[in-house]
Every structure is written in C-alpha cells, then in structure tokens.
Ligand binder design. Structure first.
Ligand code: NAP
Length: 323
C-alpha cells in the first residue's frame, strides 16, 4: 500500500522546546510534512536541535524559517508571540497557515493577528498536553496521543485551513476541538491555570514554614505534597506569561476558589463532617470520570512503581520455621 502524501510540504517551527520538538518528532514519525525547518532564539538551542536531527534545516532567524513554508507553528512563550508575528509577517508565503501552541488564546489572537498579511490563514491552537520539562531534549513523538488540541480560529477564518490544521493534529495523535478564544481561556483557567497557581502556592508555603523543617517537608512528601511539586516545577517563563496573558479569567476562577476554600475552612472550624464528606465524595467522582474517559491511567498512585518488601529475615516470633 502506498503511503499518503504529506499534508504540508514544509513545516516551519519557531521555538523548539518541549512542544516544538514533540511536534517535529511526531510530524516526522507520521510523515505529516515533506520537510521541517526550525529555528530557536538562542544559538545553544539551535545547535542542540541540529545535533538531535529534529529538522531537515536549522536556520538563524524567524524570517528565514518561514520562507516557503506552507505551515508555520510558533512554539514559544505566549508573551513573545506578538513581536515574532511582526517579524515573520512580511516573509510569509501567500496561502500559508500560521498557528501557535500557546496556553492562552485571547492574547495570542490579539497580539499576532494584526501582523499577519491578508491571504495567510491564522489558526491558533493549544495542545492540552505537556510535562514539567523544557527544551528540545524533553520532547517525544507520543506527547499528543489521545490528548486534546483546541483550535481557536478567529471569526472569518477559512474553514478549509482550519480543517487542514485539524487533520495535522489528528495525524500526530490528538483529538481536536474548536472553540472561541475567550471560552478557551475560561475553560483552561479552571482546568490548568488555577491548579498550577495552587501548586505554586502550596510548594512556596511549605518552603517558607518555620516550625516544620525543609528536610521534613521533603522526607514526608509522599503524603501528597510531592504530587504538587511536579506541577510547581513547570517552566517559570511560560507560566509567568500565562498568568499575565489570562489575567481576567484566572482572577474570576480564583474568586470562586477562594469562596470554596472559605466554605471548607468554615466546615473544619465548625466540625461539620457531613459537609467535608459530601465535598470529598464529589471530588472523588471527578477523578473517576477523568480515568473513565481515558485522560489518565487507572493505576493507583499515578502508576508509580512500588519497591518490593525488604528481604531481611523475619524477627524470631514470626519466622516460618518457628511454627
Ligand atoms: P520550552 O520547552 O521552554 O521552549 C520554549 C522555546 O521558545 C525555546 O525554543 C526558546 O528558545 C523559545 N523562546 C523562549 N522565549 C522566547 C522569546 N522571547 N522569543 C523567541 N523565542 C523564545 O517551552 P514549551 O513547554 O515548549 O512551551 C512553548 C509554548 O507551548 C508556550 O506558549 C506554552 O504556553 C505552550 N504549551 C506548553 C505546554 C507545557 O506543558 N510545557 C503545554 C501546552 C502548551 P531558546 O531555547 O533558544 O531560549
């Protein structure tokens, strides 16, 4: 059986960190594009991208990267998207699709759209997939498999361009949904941005305690703390930009969160066990739902391997030969 032709002739990646390098690996593995040209801000990253063989060509400027590309994906922190759009605008090929992977969409549309010429299709995207690691070494081809990629085409975007980008994301394993940029930002404020803020807060609070030592916090972290530390280890630049760019939606969700914390505080103070039980039972059902729709593994403790029991001989009264 002959392999289908690639969806795009030439993919330009601007920024090759966790997300950009995962796209490169997946697009190549699936034959989604004819060739890949990549660039990154620093010579160190560009050199590493070349060493890893992630692209057919590594170039020094954003303008050079987009020349002749029919798909351009900007994979950099959201705060940097506007200036990059301004830089690439005059060099884009007519008919090209320009996209991004930013975790906030309203600000990206606001900052990028004005710089993109007529005849170029702007289809912003957000793959809801990631890890706490950064850089070109951190990516892997399977990152997007069975994860959602949300497309937020501004009103009036060519439907065929949106569908072509959707086909690209499906080919590299993602499920695709389309929504308005502002709605995306509200949804992600509660499912991603608020949880990150909570994790950053808890880990910071534990670090500043005076009555419990730092070494005790680390030693007994399996009580729950360590699961927050994974999220709180996420890239500081990326998350600074997310909170600056999605200020309104995050503040809205934070307001609701504070009300709920107050209600739980009151229940604890009043010794209202029923209120606490009812709340915890509801949240347990949410976890079950996430596992049921395949967005996480059912393995206990996130599937962490557990060490065997130590092989030391049993103390005298329990030893088998004593019975
Ligand atoms: P990353 O691993 O830190 O890589 C970021 C890339 O952007 C690097 O190539 C970096 O170049 C470049 N860059 C940084 N600042 C720049 C600037 N001011 N101008 C131009 N290029 C710049 O980040 P990532 O995790 O791939 O995230 C990239 C985007 O994906 C962000 O918008 C983020 O919101 C979104 N996203 C991330 C995740 C996640 O879990 N990480 C998930 C979904 C979406 P140098 O290496 O040369 O500095």
């Amino acid at each position: 059986m002959s392999t289908p032709p690639p969806l795009f002739n030439r993919l330009a990646l601007i920024g090759v960190g966790l997300i950009g390098s995962s796209i490169a690996r997946a697009a190549r593995a699936q034959g989604a594009v004819g060739s890949i040209v990549a660039t990154a801000r620093s010579p160190v990253t560009r050199r590493r991208v070349a060493e890893l063989g992630l692209a057919d060509q590594v170039v020094e400027s954003n303008a050079a990267a987009v020349e002749g590309a029919d798909l351009v994906i900007v994979c950099i922190p959201v705060g940097a998207c506007g200036p990059v759009a301004q830089e690439i605008g005059p060099h884009l090929m007519p008919g090209a699709i320009v996209s991004d992977v930013g975790s906030v969409k309203g600000s990206v549309v606001r900052d990028m759209a004005p710089h993109l010429p007529k005849g170029v299709h702007f289809v912003p995207a957000h793959p809801v997939a990631g890890t706490e690691y950064s850089g070109p070494d951190a990516g892997f081809a399977e990152l997007f498999v069975n994860r959602w990629c949300i497309l937020t085409p501004p009103q009036g975007t060519d439907a065929a361009a949106t569908e072509k980008l959707a086909a690209f994301w499906r080919l590299i394993g993602a499920n695709v949904e389309t929504m308005a940029p502002d709605h995306h930002d509200l949804v992600l404020a509660v499912t991603s941005h608020l949880p990150h803020l909570i994790a950053y807060t808890i880990v910071g609070t534990a670090d500043e305690l005076e009555t419990v030592t730092r070494s005790e916090v680390l030693k007994f972290s399996a009580g729950g703390f360590r699961d927050f530390t994974r999220i709180a280890a996420s890239d500081p630049t990326m998350w600074r930009d997310v909170f600056l760019a999605n200020k309104d939606a995050v503040l809205e969700m934070l307001g609701r969160f504070n009300e709920d914390v107050s209600a739980l505080t009151k229940a604890i103070r009043k010794g209202d066990g029923d209120a606490l039980y009812e709340h915890f039972a509801r949240t347990r059902a949410i976890r079950k739902g996430i596992v049921q729709i395949g967005q996480d593994s059912p393995a206990p403790d996130f599937g962490r391997p557990h060490p065997d029991l130590p092989h030391a001989p049993l103390p005298k009264p329990y030893a088998a030969d004593e019975t």
